[in-house]
Design a protein around this ligand. Sequence first.
Ligand code: ATP
Ligand code: MG
Length: 596
Amino acid sequence: MHRETISKDTAPGVTPNLADYDRARAEFTWSQARTALARLPDGGLNIAHEAVDRHAAAGLSDKVALTCVSRGDAVSTVTYGELTRRTARFANLLRSLGVGHGDRVFTLLGRCPELYTAVLGTLKNTSVLCPLFSAFGPDPVEQRLRLGDARVLVTTAALYRRKVADRRASLPGLEHVLIVGPGTEELVGTLSFDGLMSAAPDTFTIPPTSPEDMALLHFTSGTTGAPKGAVHVHEAVVAHYATAASALDLHPEDVYWCTADPGWVTGMSYGIIAPLVHGLTVVVDEGDYDARRWYRILGEQRVSVWYTAPTALRMLMRATPREGPYDLPRSYDLSALRFIASVGEPLNPEAVVWGRDVLGLPVHDNWWQTETGCIMIANFAACEIRPGSMGRPLPGVEATVLKQGEDGRAMVTDGRVTEVDSPDVEGELALRPGWPSMFRGYLHDNERYEASFADGWYLTGDLVRRDADGWYWFVGRADDVIKSAGHLIGPFEVESALMEHAAVAEAGVIGRPDPVAGNIVKAFVSLRPGIEATPDLQRDLLAFARRRLGPAVAPREIAFDQDLPKTRSGKVMRRLLRARELGLPTGDLSTLEGSS
Ligand code: ATP
Ligand code: MG
């Protein structure tokens, strides 16, 4: 692991000074955030009121809330005033359909302005919003609509035709399908979103909303098994607001871009809710990943804060290696950019340093889960970055490392757990429940929910180390960790070492059973463009890894695979690499990229 830090000398905008860091920690506590939000007149708390209406009421009606870049590069804007009216229309539309408090409204849409309208209008109506990823195939869509008790679906004609129409008969609870854009006429049993919107009144009084009312349903990424439906409530907005300030350094004057798909929790919490609650301008890109397009948007939209993911950064790294040339990023004016953060998977140290060299800013990694609803641990704005580390717990977050049992998870004896008290000892990451955006349950699976807690802690399923200064280092998911010849090996450490080799673009590491060692480490590696997979390169990579990691941890086998299996949110699916390698059943593949 890299133990170097990135200080102010090498990274503009990063303060290495711990006094500042502690000051930042002392700010933005949950209670301060709670006080800063404007309650509904009856004292209730509603996410959509915080994200939209209160800004319009405070004189920000003309400020641009959304800058939308279409696939064809047309740019359009939506002000806070307009968003207030559109979301009011949508809330009225739902009400006119008899859809009310607690009813489930699903979206199956790409990033488009109508998505923002549907999400926030649903929350205004105190119905529950569940976003689906638009690239899901018919099976995962049906599975989630059924599991989540969908009553309304907002989608487009093309997506409906391809993914839902055939299954409609088996989803009797799905009463209303609203089609955004043209095409309703040819589709039996659907309604026109645009038609109903224009007929609906553009003012709406948000009904009393309790902070504990269910607001969002999010399915997990399905990296470790079948996706789980995590339930979140309106109070989560307190955490979105506070953590966007402390971990992402959001300020009202920022132009902010979150590249996560709105079908995942990041795209919702930090793509829609948090930035709007901060009253800033959000860039909404309808297009797909493309290095040139992304650099262009960063430059032309004057993006100042950018929240992305390791998989996206690795794609940019392929297009613009650290060794240069930097022509592509340099052909755009990126001078407004002042803060970059990443989430979703471990961020290889190489990517942090790449950011510093190529974009002039290091990347701030942070850690959280669908279940936590907000960023929990971060290399946050005012603290130094330790490349390869997830950072430190945010203000108000109490984290610990629990001693492991045989299975790699926290050891629970007579209902009690033991905290690791020395630095750098591996164990399961646990969090003290009670933060505002904590999930309130897994839908229809209370047993699983209860099993996530022990002795007053929420058990995350992730293994970490905490260094002597309190920075957390990701080791792996408990399910992915490899036991080899008496060592516990985190796949991330091995993958990061391989990625430092000039030929390697990405890596996925698993344990393969071995009669002597228990398991041996096997790596699957994809190569940078133009590099040929040869036995010489294989030998070179093995030797390179052995020099970096030592023989106990280095992979014993390396295979080339230009098409590493990933979840649709971009995480390497090690369980699938392992299942394929061992000829085991592949399990739930609903979130596998490229599947349908
Ligand atoms: P499932 O729970 O269905 O298996 P998932 O855990 O991938 O899927 P998410 O809630 O989307 O679903 O992802 C959270 C997980 O992603 C974390 O538990 C952790 O394993 C990983 N993760 C997120 N951010 C980071 C990070 N910065 N460093 C390392 N791992 C991270
Ligand atoms: Mg998980």
